[in-house]
Design a binder for this molecule. Structure first.
Ligand code: S5P
Length: 280
């Protein structure tokens, strides 16, 4: 069987056993976009306007719901309506990092009740496997999926080497809930001990932030690479773009936001087509 990097998103969707991963892969194939837009703005109106504008061009919207100053339950209802209107999945970038009992509460309860609306969320592997079982106790019954942060895009990140290897190992032991990684490259073959082989049906999704076409960094440690470097060269599956799409003014100019979303969609898709060797 060809490695995941040579298969189409549609072929991978057919074989995936996790519902959230399957839904994401199917959305990517159906809409011909591997673009996830990260909407990191602090006002509800800006948040919803940007999502309505980029909706046709994305497979996934990534949120940091805790930065929204005028958050209310109606925001989640509007987000869910937009996800149906434009056919995209939702990823709350919560970066859980605590003991199992605490993350289960943070995921299910509090003001945001993340598990009730976010198809995908993510966690730092730093506490060890109990973070996965804690989150899975809430997320699996709801058919959610989890990404582990195996690497980060920032300068000087500590998520390298053995840490990354062990993150992959933890994911491999929990494949019914862990659907992939936040990482900068494909993780295939990492985390194997001597004599162990990668299972033929292993297919972790790689979602990659730190993507930008116009600048190389943001002066606060972020590092940007192009969709081509990320998808074609390093085998990642979804490009995550924030400020590169909505700009410096919270997406005030809807036409500029739309044009950037279309530009990143086209770049990401071209790199994927080249990777799998198709021209349609
Ligand atoms: O390693 C990482 C992991 C994440 S999830 N680097 C990141 O930048 N992110 C997130 O991606 C970050 O929290 C932000 O929401 C987004 C990148 O935004 P941009 O404006 O720099 O594209």
């Amino acid at each position: 069987m060809a490695s995941a990097t040579r298969q189409t998103y549609g072929q991978r969707a057919e074989k995936h056993t996790n519902a959230a991963a399957r839904a994401l892969l199917e959305t990517i194939e159906r809409k011909r976009t591997n673009l996830c837009v990260s909407v990191d703005v602090t006002k509800k109106a800006d948040f919803l306007r940007i999502i309505d504008t980029v909706g046709p061009y994305i497979c996934l919207v990534k949120t940091h719901v805790d930065v929204i100053e005028d958050f209310d339950a109606g925001l989640i209802e509007s987000l869910k309506e937009l996800s149906v209107k434009h056919d995209f999945q939702i990823f709350e970038d919560r970066k859980f990092a605590d003991i199992g009992n605490t993350v289960a509460l943070q995921y299910s309860s509090g003001v945001y009740k993340i598990a009730s609306w976010s198809h995908i969320t993510n966690a730092h592997p730093v506490p060890g496997p109990s973070i996965i079982s804690g989150l899975a106790s809430v997320g699996l019954p709801l058919q959610r999926g989890l990404l582990l942060l195996a690497e980060m895009s920032t300068k000087g990140s500590l998520a390298v080497g053995t840490y990354t290897d062990e993150a992959v190992r933890m994911a491999r032991a929990n494949r019914e809930f862990v659907i992939g990684f936040i990482a900068q490259r494909r993780m295939d073959g990492l985390g194997l001990r001597e004599g162990e082989a990668m299972s033929q049906d292993e297919d972790f999704l790689i979602l990659t932030p730190g993507v930008g076409l116009d600048v190389k960094g943001d002066g606060m440690g972020q590092q940007y690479r192009t969709p081509r470097e990320v998808v074609l060269q390093d085998g990642c599956d979804v490009i995550i773009v924030g400020r590169g799409v909505y700009g410096k003014d919270n997406g005030a100019n809807a036409e500029a936001v739309r044009a950037q979303a279309e530009r990143y969609r086209a770049e990401g898709w071209k790199a994927y087509q080249e990777r799998v060797g198709i021209s349609e």
